[in-house]
Design a protein around this ligand. Structure first.
Ligand code: MN
Length: 426
């Protein structure tokens, strides 16, 4: 069966034409119902198929059955098994849900009645900085003559983040307190963050890991990726600018990182792979350990990315969310495989369930800038929303939602599901 057949329909009516989760997507996640028991599931239309229930009903076989058998409250065991298990599961789920198969409504739960969890136990979380337009826009605020550091086009720059505070959408965000000092202030004070921001990123889930001391060759790096999600790297800019010299982000970014809970598999995204856009004339070629012809030809992802804001006033007045940006994942300067190869290039061992953030993805145009810091130029130029409200940074009651959509002629469009977070007062 061709699991990308755009004409294929599911026996569940809500799946057919669903914006995010038609039969051709089949993302994996961890959910619970009222009984609170966390277990693996796949999103289909407005519902979740309980994979443990499917296993118990002997509807999964071979590698797919073994993979679901191994998973309890997280997907780490499935991630560790790599592409063969994922592909077997995808093929079997496609057949199980296809309209030519008998309906199995007893395996489904309404998504709206379920809780979605962080899908893996995250051993380590690393945030890259691969959005070159974001890096340039950020650099322009501080170094107008030389916005990009000299290493940028050679090294997929990153820092080690914190795994404990990665939360699943739609967990609200408590405005952090911290030590902050604005440039015009003489001394720092401790208090609620005044310049709270979001960052539009993609998350990359690591599948099979590598042994300590054994780098992952670039040609094999894509096999170490289990899937993708959306990631909001909430950032306290006033805390960040004061604390991060010289060692980089710390408390300004580890109070919460929000992710969309569904793991969109490399198999689901196969039709939306694209060539890495050619580097501008004059840019250096990647060093050989980061360069692979197949990765350059097929390693990027053509995904539309959108950020919306829904303020307390908009909700009170029944107004829809307002768009803050519309961009595309093709604006990343490094491919996911290059990030994996770079991370392991010194022998650092990656593990199933490790999470990478790509870095903020901004377009060259202001309509696709992925953080308020860029849109308002560090708060100097407030943004006016359609209802007349203005923002330099986020206010309490603002809800930020990230969206990702894949569409290509001849294929069923799929989405990631939202990555949502409401800002609560300190
Ligand atoms: Mn970031």
């Amino acid at each position: 069966m061709n699991t990308h057949d755009p004409a294929a329909r599911a026996w569940l009516p809500s799946a057919n034409g669903h914006a995010d989760f038609p039969l051709q997507n089949l993302p994996l996640g961890i959910f619970s119902t009222a009984d609170g028991k966390q277990r693996p599931g796949t999103a289909i239309g407005d519902s979740i198929l309980d994979l443990k229930a499917a296993l118990a009903a002997r509807l999964l076989t071979g590698e797919a059955a073994n993979a679901i058998e191994a998973c309890a409250e997280t997907l780490n065991p499935l991630f560790a098994l790599g592409a063969p298990a994922r592909q077997a599961l995808r093929t079997q789920l496609f057949a199980l849900l296809h309209e030519s198969s008998p309906a199995r409504a007893e395996l489904l739960h309404q998504t709206s009645a379920c809780t979605l969890h962080v899908p893996a136990a995250i051993g380590d979380y690393t945030d890259f900085y691969a959005g070159i337009h974001h890096a340039r826009n950020g650099g322009l605020l501080f170094r107008p003559d030389n916005p990009l550091m000299p290493n940028y086009k050679y090294v997929p720059v990153a820092y080690h983040g914190r795994a404990s505070s990665v939360r699943s959408s739609p967990t609200p965000l408590r405005r952090p307190q911290g030590q902050r000092k604005l440039p015009e202030e003489q001394a720092p004070t401790y208090g609620p963050c005044r310049n709270l921001d979001y960052e539009l990123e993609m998350g990359i889930w690591i599948g099979p890991g590598n042994q300590p001391g054994a780098p992952i060759p670039i040609a094999e790096a894509a096999h170490h990726i289990a899937g993708f999600c959306l990631l909001n790297d909430w950032s306290a800019r006033d805390i960040q600018s004061w604390e991060s010299q010289p060692l980089g982000p710390f408390l300004a970014k580890n109070f919460q990182t929000s992710i969309s809970p569904w793991v969109i598999t490399p198999e689901a995204l196969a039709p939306f792979r694209a060539a890495q856009p050619p580097r501008p004339n004059g840019d250096p070629a990647p060093l050989p350990h980061l360069f692979n012809t197949a990765d350059q030809a097929r390693g990027a992802l053509d995904l539309t990315l959108e950020v919306t804001i829904h303020t307390a006033q908009m909700r009170a007045n029944n107004q829809p969310p307002a768009r803050l940006s519309l961009g595309n994942a093709l604006h990343l300067y490094w491919t996911p495989a290059q990030m994996v190869a770079h991370h392991a290039s010194n022998g650092c061992d990656l593990h199933p369930g490790d999470l990478f953030g790509t870095g903020t993805i901004s377009s060259p145009e202001p309509t696709g800038w992925g953080a308020l810091m860029e849109i308002t130029r560090g708060g100097r130029e407030p943004l006016t929303l359609p209802n007349g409200e203005t923002r330099k940074f986020l206010e309490d009651g603002d809800e930020i939602t990230l969206h990702a959509r894949a569409q290509r002629p001849g294929h069923a469009s799929i989405g990631f599901g939202p990555c949502r977070g409401l800002v609560l007062p300190s």
